[in-house]
Write a protein that binds this ligand. Sequence first.
Ligand code: ZN
Length: 320
Amino acid sequence: MGQRRMGIDLGGTKIAAGIVNENLQIEADMQVPTGLPREPEDLADEIFRLAFKLLESRNLSMTDLGSVGIGIPGTVNQERESVEYANNFGFDDVPFVRMLRERFPCPVYAENDAKAAAWAEYLTGSGRGSTSMVAVTLGTGVGGGIILDGKILNGINSAAGELGHMVIRKNGRRCTCGRRGCLEAYASALALVRAAKRAVKSEKSPDSLLNQLCAGKPETINGKMIFEAVREKDVLAGAVLNRYLDDLAEGIANIINIIQPEVVCIGGGLSGAGEDLLLPLRKRVEPMIYSRSSEKNARLVTAELGNAAGIIGAAELYRL
Ligand SMILES: [Zn+2]
């Protein structure tokens, strides 16, 4: 019997835990609501209880685990065993990793959640077999993870790889980080949906397919509806998506020109659009690549693991 690891994906709305086997597959998983706002000690207790319950459900105990890993939506300072900044949680330099280590009898590893998910894609998803990969996650924001030569790039203060906060437009839209014109303000899934809502609301002719798909209620528009309308050649949705892809391509071309990774993996909800997203994106990115004469170019792909990436990546942090 191989060694099992536990991965925990700590999110703003739910905590998901999974037992991961030596083939990097989730054997069993369980989740509970995060229940924010919550004191860090109380949250650490909840995570331990969830891990215990999950093991119990499989007739396992803590001694069956080689390690526990956790992905946290914030900046994890490895040396100080702390979470420096986690917006949703109100954490500001909280020794949260130490709190977890005090509770679990096995080694506990922690990393930023986007980086943990990138690690999973690198090990067993769309980046497997490569030596370098950059993951770009399109969600409420734009998350990132840079993996070079088998290591997650952390930088001197653990905050490297914040791809969403590269400025693509000086004096552009205000970003949540305080700067203006960040990629995140233009290329998050949220930004796409917002742009579509605005377009439908200001549309003079009500016969756009997007307007029909949302039954005249622009507030209900989601990424799926936008791609569906584009597939049916809806002009309005096409224009919105084109503008979005132009901005996303700027960011991705910048990433490729700086890092030259083997793989660029696009994750998050929008990655479900697959080739509908990748084909027009590649068309835009390719002319912007500095080394276009080279035969070896970064492969632009979508993430394969979906939500499982958070758990698997966290469970495999012990490899770093
Ligand atoms: Zn920003």
